[in-house]
Design a protein around this ligand. Structure first.
Ligand SMILES: [Zn+2]
Length: 253
């Protein structure tokens, strides 16, 4: 986890430290703005994003825990790392080189940066595996990922079984596996039971439900039904990051 430097006391600045975690306890389950945050308008993005593959980050706005992705926002000399829900929910200030962006443009920009970072995280893992495991199959997986930015079920199984051998199986969760086409669904169904179990780790609840409906769920896995009542949010949320986005690395001015 990157250090935000929040609350550092410097000469001439009076930045109060955020409350200690136990003070969050009363609001933790509601995911409302914590009191010290004040008006979200007063904060602005630095465009720094942290990808915590250990899923141990916490939101400085709502104290949601167990997060992978957090986004840095600053107010004066204070800095907080906040979750995707808060990014989508609050009109946080956004500019690039002083040019103000609308909340919609800011969310789109965050979406692009996030997709690029997630892809880079996956790429780094695959290339690290490739470098420490000279294996033609893994080289092919790396080539495939570089081209598609996702893994087919069969390639995911190959990579994940190597991650298990390396003792890094939790990294499997960060990958996206293609299951939309019939061909990929059948490819999943044709995997050995142990491989389907490995790939299952990286699948979203929607993907699991679809594959389970085809009879491809690994034995003994529970597939949860979607909740009956959808939570209504007052503001549009950032679209789910399930697509391999095409990224323009240049900042648009
Ligand atoms: Zn949050």
């Amino acid at each position: 986890m990157l250090e935000s430097g929040a609350g550092d006391t410097q000469e001439g600045h009076a930045c109060p430290r955020p409350p200690a975690p136990r003070e969050y306890a009363l609001v933790q389950h509601r995911y409302t703005l914590l009191e010290h945050v004040g008006d979200p308008h007063e904060w602005r993005f630095t465009w720094a994003i942290n990808d915590d593959v250990t899923l141990n980050s916490t939101c400085g706005f709502c104290h949601r825990t167990g997060l992978r992705l957090t986004y840095e926002v600053i107010r004066g000399c204070e800095a907080l790392w906040i979750c995707q829900s808060c990014v989508g929910r609050y009109p946080i200030g956004a500019d690039i080189d002083g040019d103000q962006m609308s909340p919609t443009a800011a969310r789109a920009y965050v979406h692009g940066l996030t997709a690029r970072l997630k892809q880079q995280t996956c790429k780094d893992i695959i290339h690290r595996v490739k470098d420490s495991w000279s294996d033609a199959d893994i080289e092919e997986v790396a080539v495939y990922f570089d081209r598609n930015l996702q893994l087919s079920p069969q390639r995911a199984a190959r990579l994940f079984s190597t991650l298990v051998e390396m003792g890094e199986e939790t990294n499997a969760r960060v990958f996206e596996v293609q299951t939309r086409s019939n061909a990929h669904q059948q490819e999943f169904g044709e995997l050995a039971e142990a491989d389907r179990r490995l790939v299952w780790i990286a699948l979203s609840p929607q993907q699991r439900r679809r594959l389970a409906s085809l009879g491809f769920a690994p034995a003994g896995t529970l597939v949860r039904r979607p909740p009956r009542m959808a939570l209504r949010l007052s503001a549009p949320r950032m679209p789910a990051l399930t697509e391999a986005a095409s990224i323009n690395p240049k900042r648009k001015l």
